[in-house]
Design a binder for this molecule. Structure first.
Ligand code: AP5
Length: 220
């Protein structure tokens, strides 16, 4: 299956994409992670993306689309992808449909996670990540067993540069899924709204139920 997780920053897309990809045996592809890796490697793409990420803005479509397509052309992406943070514009959505159609595939469901803004700000101010395995923690609600250390690999946890309150506010202002993109998926009966303000397990349960529904619809 090819599924996309949509939603403003901090709604739990990364948390849920990791779980669902594991459950379905699909590849988790997060454009934010691809950009952060490019920044870490000191590449030209990373330097260009960083300017936008530091301001809480979207990286331009042409750069983002090329980078994503390079990733999904690789062999490990051929049996299904959970797209996390892509698409974010109508142009990206249309480009993805075209690319998948060229491979005889399609987006099976667009899962749109929503959470009130004050809860998003609270979550992001306490988010910690493992720089090695990508595990995601939240200091109040999902803390690691040992303070500052990853439960899975023992590495020291880090905070993201763009989780500073001023950048979070900019991201919330500039990075909500645009109505025209939501309407695009809604018009094709592929959009499903998910209440992301519930406990993580309940969000996973609702996502898996909707994925099951999409699978049944496709096979009929
Ligand atoms: P990206 O990394 O995609 O950031 P984002 O969309 O802002 O999303 P986040 O990673 O902040 O949040 P999330 O929804 O994954 O939430 P998480 O699971 O971590 O993008 C970074 C930047 O790259 C962008 O700003 C942009 O510049 C650029 N970019 C990326 N994609 C692009 C694109 N397609 N086009 C152009 N530019 C692009 O959860 C957040 C916190 O909440 C965690 O601490 C977690 O533990 C906690 N949490 C999760 N679920 C729950 C729950 N149910 N209850 C309580 N706490 C929870």
């Amino acid at each position: 299956m090819n599924l996309i997780l949509l939603g403003p920053p901090g709604t739990g897309k990364g948390t849920q994409a990791r779980l669902i990809a594991d459950r379905l045996g699909a590849l988790h592809v997060a454009t934010g992670d691809l950009f952060r890796n490019a920044v870490k490697q000191g590449s030209e793409l990373g330097a260009r993306a960083k300017e936008y990420m530091d301001r809480g803005e979207l990286v331009p479509d042409d750069v983002t689309i090329d980078m994503l397509f390079d990733r999904i052309d690789q062999p490990d992406a051929q049996s299904g992808v959970i797209f996390d943070g892509f698409p974010r514009t109508l142009q990206q959505a249309e480009a993805l449909d075209k690319a998948l159609a060229g491979k005889g595939k399609a987006v099976d469901a667009a899962l749109h996670i929503t959470v009130p803004d004050d809860e998003i700000v609270r979550r992001l101010s306490g988010r910690w990540l493992c720089p090695d395995c990508g595990a995601i923690y939240q200091e109040q609600t999902q803390p690691p067993i040992k303070a500052q250390l990853c439960d899975d690999c023992g590495n020291e946890l880090q905070q993201r540069d763009d989780d500073r309150p001023a950048v979070v506010r900019a991201r919330l202002e500039k990075q909500r899924p645009p109505t025209e993109m939501l309407d695009y998926y809604r018009g094709q009966n592929r959009l499903v709204d998910i209440d992301g303000a519930q406990a993580p397990d309940d969000v996973t349960r609702d996502l898996l139920a909707e994925i099951e529904r999409a699978t049944t619809r496709i096979s009929n």
